[in-house]
Design a protein around this ligand. Structure first.
Ligand code: 5GP
Length: 195
């Protein structure tokens, strides 16, 4: 998606450890018009699919998933929580994820009542790197008996293994921008061709 690639080139910065910082429009300040265009693009890419619900992870997934839902017939958005709280009552699905950016394990939690067996779910997240976050969500989906209809990613780091793993496992992963190479010294970013 050219608009997203242009924005990454313009406002993204490359941090040590292969981290792309995009807090000017995605991870801290949110560009809602861009989110809307991203939602429209995912709706095109997943046209004809049955999507009953969108599942994402807090925090950065929530904004993009909610705007995307407007393009999927206002389906409900469920976001997995990363911490236990007294507001999280009832039975829960819990999985564990290793965070690339935080370099530690954390839980992902979804209340059982928000995922019904047989529902068709679209997974959405801001970044795909090693695939740990998505595998945590997929684990929850398997336990819930929901069908993962597709995976919509804003920015995939194609030089890390998450995307190829998930595609090999048979998941339909649609990333709006795939970073093939990024150089912290020059600031140069190269993208792979996307749908
Ligand atoms: P994975 O689990 O695929 O290794 O990483 C995905 C999660 O880590 C995303 O949800 C995102 O929050 C975070 N992440 C991974 N790589 C980056 C990056 O380069 N930049 C930012 N901003 N977040 C990242």
């Amino acid at each position: 998606m050219k608009e997203l690639e242009d924005r990454i080139r313009r406002d993204g910065t490359i941090k040590p450890g292969n981290v792309l910082k995009v807090d000017a429009f995605l991870n801290h300040q949110c560009d809602v018009a861009l989110f809307d265009a991203m939602g429209a693009h995912w709706a095109q890419l997943f046209a004809g699919r049955q999507i009953d619900k969108i599942l994402t992870i807090e925090a950065s997934g929530i904004g993009i998933a909610c705007v995307a839902a407007r393009h999927f017939g206002n389906v409900p958005v469920v976001f997995a929580k990363k911490t236990q709280s007294i507001n999280l009552d009832g039975d829960q699905y819990v999985s564990s994820i290793y965070s690339f950016t935080k370099q530690r394990e954390y839980p992902v939690i979804v209340a059982k009542r928000f995922l019904q067996a047989g529902e068709h779910v679209l997974l959405i997240d801001d970044f795909l790197a090693k695939g740990n976050a998505l595998h945590g969500l997929i684990d929850i989906c398997k336990h819930a008996g929901v069908i993962v209809e597709g995976i919509g990613i804003a920015i995939e780091k194609g030089f890390q293994e998450g995307g190829s793993k998930l595609r090999k496992e048979g998941y339909d992963v649609k990333s709006l921008a795939i970073v093939e190479k990024m150089d912290a010294d020059t600031g140069n970013i190269e993208f792979a061709t996307t749908d």
